[in-house]
Ligand binder design. Structure first.
Ligand code: SAM
Length: 230
């Protein structure tokens, strides 16, 4: 069964292996962190939806946020807590946190795993305080994405575990933009991809990580960001 929650329990030991099955999530966390500015005020809160094992945490060091994570996987929540994340077990479709609690909401590689995109967006925007920033990376609902991100990437070491993605849950970009706009968040989008040169060097054991670069299209992997209207 694709997108089976049990997969994250079976692969719990892979999260923090830099050359393991979740390696690309480390590269994506680095790219996501670059979009997050230093905390705008003392006590600022960043809510990390589908936080997994807290891969974003080391990348936020020194930025000044209180990092709260929400994930439904018990093993991931435990691992995130070890990284200093205030990790809560919960569903991103019914987040157990107050309206307007977040200066930043990060939704990294989560929207392509949920069966109700409008509800996930509504929850993310509900958590944001006015002027707060949402930062997203996810997979587009296109044939190209099915071919590359599922057909190819799930067969290549380090890019994605087999069966982690359900093609029916890939994210319609127009719907994402419209849903966010409906909650007062105007999104900008840009395509990203791993550096091919870095990836070859990583496979050969000559690089510890792979840089994510801009891509000419948002039709596969893309980042999105926007601020909630005051
Ligand atoms: C691909 S991982 C991404 C983890 C993390 N954001 C990262 O980039 O390292 C997806 C995560 O979302 C979690 N997840 C999937 N559906 C969820 C839901 N409905 N509510 C909460 N967490 C969910 C999974 O348990 C998993 O940890």
């Amino acid at each position: 069964m694709p997108n089976d929650p049990a997969l994250y329990e079976e692969l719990a030991d892979e999260w923090w292996r830099p050359r393991g099955k979740f390696a690309m999530l480390h590269w994506l966390a680095a790219a996501r962190a670059e979009m997050i500015p230093p905390a705008p005020r003392p006590g600022a809160v960043l809510v990390d939806l589908g936080c997994g094992a807290g891969l974003l945490a080391p990348r936020l060091e020194g930025k000044g946020y209180r990092h709260i994570g929400v994930d439904r996987s018990p093993s991931a929540v435990a691992l995130a807590a070890e990284q200093g994340v205030a990790a809560v077990r919960g569903d991103v479709l019914a987040v157990p946190l107050a309206d307007g609690c977040a200066d930043v909401v990060a939704a990294g590689e989560i929207l392509e795993h949920v069966p109700d995109l409008p509800l996930a967006v509504s929850e993310a925007c509900r958590l944001l305080r006015p002027g707060g920033l949402v930062v997203i990376d996810t997979l587009a609902d296109t044939l190209l994405c099915r071919l590359i991100a599922i057909g190819v990437a799930e067969r290549l070491r380090g890019l994605a575990p087999r069966g982690v993605h359900d093609p029916d849950l890939l994210v319609d970009r127009d719907e994402l933009v419209a849903e966010c706009a409906g909650h007062g968040v105007e999104l900008e989008l840009r395509g990203i991809r791993p550096s091919i040169v870095d990836f070859a060097a990583w496979l050969a054991g000559r690089r510890p990580a792979v840089r994510m670069l801009g891509a000419p299209t948002t039709a596969v992997l893309f980042q999105a960001w926007g601020r909630k209207l005051p």
